[in-house]
Design a protein around this ligand. Structure first.
Ligand SMILES: C[S@@+](CC[C@H](N)C(=O)[O-])C[C@H]1O[C@@H](n2cnc3c(N)ncnc32)[C@H](O)[C@@H]1O
Length: 296
């Protein structure tokens, strides 16, 4: 098993550069290690497993690295923070770099650590598509990683999330990149509510990111489910796109194929848009669960 672990990590080493120091080192069955996932955040490691038992060969390999390592159980029902496993304690908060952008990470802030590495290539694409003065709307924004990728090239961003804690984290992420949060917009509340409000106000955006959780309940108890509600979400967003604007629609819901996801979105759009499916980043070699459709 040690050879497998080392080979998986070695395969990703070209991705670790002066500009990017956070990657997935082991991706379960994609590396012949089903149920075992390892991410490296600037040499701090996070092991995730689908069972409570960690194979002794894995524990030994992690201990021998001498690097800080934390562990979490992948359980959508329990969703607990990582716990310390081995090496120097370094839970954070601390800063990682991705394509030259700084993001704040913490192993102490709950089930998620501040960034989803599977969105790295989409963040790079958002950055490529934005330019000074263009407007990005980042819905379900979490810590605002897409917003920073757009703001770094001079775009004006609107970051929208139910959680004030995450909006504050998004502001810190801008500050970590010497971008003044006061020059950007932050909206707390339900995405559907804000999309309707922006439409009434006549606001328009050059790009809109729609990357919701599979299931959520807003502060008024209204339920959102990807399989039922993504079409309506995309339709509302399309109404507030500037001419030539684009939508990025993402889901990690495994109960739908990319074709079904695309069909659901396009069935509700107010006008035809051309779709393009984007693959997952190359360090994600297990089943491609993240569906990303760019529409313009
Ligand atoms: C899966 S994360 C989004 C990840 C993010 N797009 C990224 O790439 O970093 C889901 C986020 O959606 C937010 N959220 C859930 N339901 C929401 C709703 N109805 N309106 C706005 N935000 C919501 C949560 O607070 C959480 O931050």
């Amino acid at each position: 098993m040690r050879e497998q672990l080392e080979a998986a990590a070695a395969r990703r080493s070209p991705l670790l550069t002066a500009k990017t120091n956070a990657v997935r080192l082991i991706d379960g069955a994609g590396d012949g290690l089903p149920g075992l996932f390892l991410e490296s955040f600037d040499k701090r490691r996070l092991l995730s497993t689908t069972t409570r038992s960690i194979p002794p060969a894995v524990s030994e390999w992690l201990r021998d690295s001498g690097l800080p390592c934390y562990w979490k159980l992948l359980d959508p029902h329990e969703k607990e923070s990582p716990v310390y496993l081995t090496g120097p304690e370094a839970a954070g908060p601390f800063i990682i770099r991705e394509n030259g952008i700084s993001y704040e990470i913490s192993f102490l802030s709950g089930y998620s650590q501040g960034i989803f590495l599977d969105q790295r290539d989409n963040r790079a694409e958002v950055r490529r598509r934005m330019a000074p003065g263009m407007k990005l709307l980042n819905t379900f924004a979490y810590t605002g990683a897409f917003s920073v990728a757009a703001a770094i090239v001079g775009a004006q961003t609107t970051t929208l999330d139910l959680s004030q804690t995450y909006l504050d984290w998004a502001k810190r992420n801008l500050s970590h990149n010497f971008i003044d949060p006061a020059a950007h917009h932050f909206c707390k509340g339900d995405t559907f509510h804000w999309l309707r409000r922006f439409a009434k106000q006549g606001r328009r955006f050059d790009g809109i990111v729609l990357d919701p959780p599979t299931f959520s309940r807003d502060e008024k108890g209204k339920v959102f489910r990807v399989e039922n509600d993504f079409g309506e979400l995309a339709a509302l967003a399309a109404e507030i796109l500037a001419p030539c604007g684009w939508l990025l629609c993402c889901t990690n819901f495994r109960g739908m194929t990319p074709a079904e996801f695309e069909r659901q979105i396009r069935s509700k759009l107010p006008r035809p848009m051309t779709p393009r499916h984007a693959p997952m980043p190359e360090d994600f070699t297990d089943r491609a669960y993240l569906k990303s459709v760019w529409l313009e």
